[in-house]
Design a protein around this ligand. Sequence first.
Ligand SMILES: [Ca+2]
Ligand SMILES: [Ca+2]
Ligand SMILES: [Ca+2]
Length: 287
Amino acid sequence: MATMNSVYPNGGPVGYWQQWTPLGDDRHGERYLYWDATSETDIAASNMKQTTPGRSDEVSSTTSASPGQSVYMEYTITNLGNTFVSFDIGFYLSTDQFISTSDIHLGTITGAGASHGVTGTLGTYVTIPSWIAAGTYYLGFIVDPNNAVAENNESNNYMQMPNPIKISGASGGSSANMLVANQSLLSGQALTSSDGRFTFIYQYDGNIVLYQNGVALWASWTVGAGAGRVYMQGDGNLVLYNYYWSPVWASNTYNNPGAWLIVQNDGNVVIYSASGTPLWATNTGGR
Ligand SMILES: [Ca+2]
Ligand SMILES: [Ca+2]
Ligand SMILES: [Ca+2]
């Protein structure tokens, strides 16, 4: 047995002030004994980077952003095994420090690869979703997010950025532009895009209509179903119920608990899943 792989036989580099700072071989601070096995497959994620030989520091990442903004993040990947491995890299935005595939998916690099023993720090741009609520989030990444590679250690594949990212609120007016789970529009109630240009209204005549400056862009064609409600159900389905609580129209996006609707500034009305996947839209964007 060996106590560390051949890249850092002495346990890793020494950082500032002679403090030991971990690199990609650190495996979340845990130390592993490596068997003298004929094969080991393990890729690992880290938020450290080697700056000069013997010195390492945290990777760079953007610490504040607006919805829709493209932001930079670095990430380090190490192939701890003894064979070449090809893998995907997924990028995520999380409300906590724990990055998982159920967080908001920002994109995936497919077909990355690393020879055994190699550590590399890479950088990429990811786009903060335009629909995101203001708050503090963590950017992070996962190597082999779909677990296409069987590894000796599957628990060291995710990592958050060293610093949280503060996402500001969307600019513009203060009218509600969203319908979240268990919220309804009653007759005459409307949502307005945050820039005020688009209105999504449940009219008294029963029709749900999206307007831009008085011009209808989209409608549910449900005249006669007034005095009911447009209900964003807990199962993710947006349903228009009439006065008798009979469903008249639906987005058919059920089986998506936590889904929500937004009137976007591009003129599109979109229902997103809880993890940010578009499920339904009026397809009226680009305005
Ligand atoms: Ca791994
Ligand atoms: Ca998370
Ligand atoms: Ca895996």
